[in-house]
Ligand binder design. Structure first.
Ligand code: ADP
Length: 316
């Protein structure tokens, strides 16, 4: 079976139990939950039984330990998650607004994550891998950008594949060199997994169909557009089709895109046809939103099969 690796931020997430705006008053909070977009992604890969590992950095503290223990318990190779005795594990505080938007307070760059770089353990993990998944949110420092570029070159150099989820965060887009790093990644990836509005950021065409055509002509093998409760679309050189979302009660949307992407990459690498792959991904995304906590709703294969056997897609 092919081994999947990812690189990037590991945080704990603490969330407000009531919707509203901001964190200016004392609030009831719940957490810490293990989190970080690439950590959620790789946890979902592990739960599906696919060999996988993560390159990351945590502090020598309980916030780090709840992450490494969870990932290891779910089958993720944590040998390249470094423990920094000098810095604390990253954190993210989130509060949902009534309109569905979210307020975040992130501590990523100034946490143990800020020292993330490629070391011998990271290089060994990449050397034994077949596929690399990169998230735009992880490119928070020049060292991570350099590490990601080295990892992409190593994987592609031995005939492996790369998937890229831009997962754009407004505050990161302003970092010097960020746009160039994202564009360079798009040019080298095999699978591109944007959320709907992100698609137009990566093409000169002003409409989605034009943007997809442009991206596919640049060498990307498949473009999968995530649209939350409106489902997802798939595009490759042979054509396009849509997958409606499954009707579920949304309790916490964080992690849906990461679980969706993980299931997509796993079933794609296992050689399932695109429509079946997209259906599994949509099921993983739907199940993810039904549980509070970023990676608490990640699914096993048996859970996805049971869900698909009993749930009909929403009419589009
Ligand atoms: P991202 O967080 O990356 O923008 P999305 O929110 O679009 O990702 O979620 C990814 C996928 O998960 C969607 O394309 C959809 O298939 C599924 N999904 C997300 N939210 C829901 C929901 N409320 N109900 C059903 N499926 C959902």
């Amino acid at each position: 079976m092919k081994k999947i690796v990812t690189i990037g931020e590991i945080v704990v997430e603490v969330m407000a139990t009531q919707p509203g705006r901001g964190f200016l008053e004392p609030l009831a909070l719940v957490g810490p939950f293990p989190s970080g977009a690439p950590a959620i992604f790789i946890d979902q890969v592990g739960r599906l039984g696919q060999p996988c590992g993560m390159i990351g950095r945590v502090g020598d503290d309980d916030f780090g330990r709840i992450n490494t223990r969870r990932l290891a318990a779910d089958g993720v190779d944590v040998s390249a998650i470094a423990v920094d005795p000098e810095a604390a594990t990253g954190s993210a505080f989130v509060r949902y607004r009534d309109d569905g938007d979210r307020d975040f307070v992130f501590n990523i760059r100034h946490s143990a994550n800020g020292g993330l770089a490629l070391d011998a353990a990271g290089r060994a993990l990449i050397a034994g891998a077949d596929h690399l998944h990169v998230m735009g949110s992880s490119l928070f420092s020049p060292a991570v950008v350099a590490a990601t570029e080295e990892a992409v070159a190593a994987i592609k150099g031995k005939g492996g594949t790369v998937s890229f989820d831009p997962n754009i965060r407004r505050e990161l887009l302003a970092l010097p060199g960020m746009r160039a790093a994202l564009t360079a990644l798009l040019a080298r990836c095999d699978l591109f997994l944007p959320s709907g509005p992100e698609l137009l950021l990566f093409a000169s065409a002003g409409d989605e169909a034009g943007a997809v055509a442009e991206i596919l002509s640049g060498g990307v093998r498949a473009v999968v557009v995530k649209r939350g409760a409106a489902g997802a679309d798939y595009h490759d050189a042979d054509g396009s089709f849509s997958q409606a979302a499954f009707p579920v009660e949304e309790l916490d949307p964080t992690g849906a895109g990461d679980c969706f992407g993980a299931a997509f990459v796993v079933f794609w690498l296992r050689g399932h046809p695109p429509a079946e792959t997209l259906r599994y991904a949509a099921a993983a995304g739907a199940r993810a939103v039904t549980r509070r906590g970023p990676m608490e709703g990640a699914s096993t294969r048996a859970e996805l099969d049971a869900f698909l056997a009993t749930t009909q897609e929403r009419a589009r």
